[in-house]
Design a protein around this ligand. Structure first.
Ligand SMILES: *[C@@H]1O[C@H](CO)[C@@H](O)[C@H](O)[C@H]1NC(C)=O
Ligand SMILES: *[C@@H]1O[C@H](CO)[C@@H](O)[C@H](O)[C@H]1NC(C)=O
Ligand SMILES: *[C@@H]1O[C@H](CO)[C@@H](O)[C@H](O)[C@H]1NC(C)=O
Ligand SMILES: *[C@@H]1O[C@H](CO)[C@@H](O)[C@H](O)[C@H]1NC(C)=O
Ligand SMILES: *[C@@H]1O[C@H](CO)[C@@H](O)[C@H](O)[C@H]1NC(C)=O
Ligand SMILES: *[C@@H]1O[C@H](CO)[C@@H](O)[C@H](O)[C@H]1NC(C)=O
Length: 343
């Protein structure tokens, strides 16, 4: 996770005379990254759940009210992943399940596999959803079956994958009272539960790496401050151990690079000074099931009663991670520019 690690990798690269991809003038037009692949829950679901049998749905008005009424996202407009894609000059990653086989074979700029109410564990969730395991399974299919149809050259495809960004924004629901499975959570003390989740996340990241992924943004879940392990803040065990875990992965997975998106930093920033962002209501949701929708969504932090946020909140989060202080040790902008060693 330290600059020295990247520096070491780079100098090693020169010494070993390996191929260094500098993506600034790469062959993928003039984009910083080739694609944005999204793994996660409702905060970044782009419409996968609309194709599943689940009560966790955003397939109706007023979801998407500020995005031409396109439903399927759990907010009034764009979500965090959509904004990040926009900043990278990429199209908003479409929902995997909303694509035809033909579309899947054409898209080379990224896909969202994220699914509302789902989590890191297979046992997390209500109704049908795409567990992280299934999301990675679909990505495997994208890499082995679909992408080769559009990028008909193995080396080019690996370059493209190494030069893409991978958002792994999942784990909220594994800590949710409603979504997590008590049979599982009760088996572990909070420290061990965090280790279990970290073990699972690490395993899935390894699979993504083996398929060609290198640049990762991983979610730090908690809205409580560092070292705060009080009731309702148990996810801090996960967040506080995450940097060390990713550092270990970075040293094991040659050429990989990680940054952590810290939800707490954004949450703290917005609630600490909402006026700065034009937000006047940080407490109430803009919309409650079957009720009216608030007329000015840009003044609210929360969109619905399920703790999904408004477009404006997701925009702040995306900006703060892209070039602000919410993502460390690298901003997304730095991650996008980082040179990756091909091997
Ligand atoms: C799903 O696909 C249909 C057909 O292409 C499109 O009209 C709709 O906007 C898509 N939904 C989302 C959420 O992208
Ligand atoms: C979105 O849907 C609402 C409710 O059906 C409708 O009143 C509104 O005109 C629609 N807006 C757009 C841009 O289509
Ligand atoms: C989760 O489910 C997948 C199938 O979707 C299975 O291959 C995997 O072993 C399961 N993981 C655990 C920890 O049970
Ligand atoms: C928990 O385990 C019990 C006993 O095996 C089972 O009946 C119940 O359905 C399980 N609950 C969940 C949420 O999986
Ligand atoms: C996590 O993985 C480590 C290493 O494989 C193992 O020793 C440990 O028991 C696992 N922890 C949990 C809670 O599953
Ligand atoms: C821990 O977080 C909770 C919930 O945000 C807060 O009420 C409490 O004051 C925090 N405690 C410490 C010691 O920071």
């Amino acid at each position: 996770m330290e600059n020295s690690v990247l520096f070491f990798l780079l100098s090693f690269c020169f010494v070993a005379n390996q191929v260094l991809i500098t993506n600034v003038n790469g062959d993928e037009q003039h984009r910083l990254v080739s694609a944005l692949y999204v793994f996660g829950d409702s905060h970044v679901d782009a419409g996968n759940n609309a194709h599943l049998n689940t009560p966790a749905q955003a397939n109706r008005w007023p979801y998407g009210i500020d995005l031409y009424n396109i439903t399927g996202r759990f907010t009034n407009g764009k979500n965090m992943a959509d904004f990040i894609a926009t900043y990278l000059d990429l199209p908003m990653p479409p929902a995997y399940l909303n694509l035809t086989d033909f579309e899947r074979s054409q898209i080379t700029t990224g896909i969202s596999y994220a699914s509302g109410a789902c989590g890191i564990l297979n046992t997390t969730g209500v109704g049908e959803c795409l567990t992280l395991s299934k999301q990675v399974g679909y990505f495997t299919s994208t890499v082995t079956k679909d992408l080769p149809k559009a990028i008909n050259d193995k080396e080019k495809l690996q370059k493209n994958l190494a030069n893409s960004l991978y958002l792994v924004l999942i784990g909220n629901n594994d800590y949710s009272e409603r979504m997590s499975n008590k049979n599982v959570t009760n088996k572990y003390c909070p420290q061990d539960y965090a280790d279990y989740l970290l073990n699972e996340t690490s395993g899935h990241i390894k699979t993504l790496y083996e398929l060609g992924a290198r640049k990762f943004v991983v979610l730090g879940i908690s809205t409580c401050g560092p070292q705060n392990y009080t009731k309702g803040c148990e996810s801090r065990y996960y967040v506080d151990k995450l940097p060390q875990r990713l550092q270990k992965l970075q040293s094991e997975l040659f050429g990989s690079i990680f940054t952590i998106y810290d939800v707490y930093k954004v949450y703290n920033k917005i609630t600490g000074n909402p006026q700065k962002y034009g937000i006047t209501n940080t407490q109430e949701p803009c919309y409650v099931d079957h009720g009216p929708v608030c007329p000015d969504r840009s003044k609210y932090l929360k969109f619905d009663q399920y703790s999904h946020q408004t477009q404006v909140a997701y925009e702040i989060a995306a900006k703060e991670c892209f070039s602000g202080t919410a993502c460390s040790p690298y901003t997304i902008s730095q991650l996008a520019k980082a040179s990756i060693i091909n091997h």
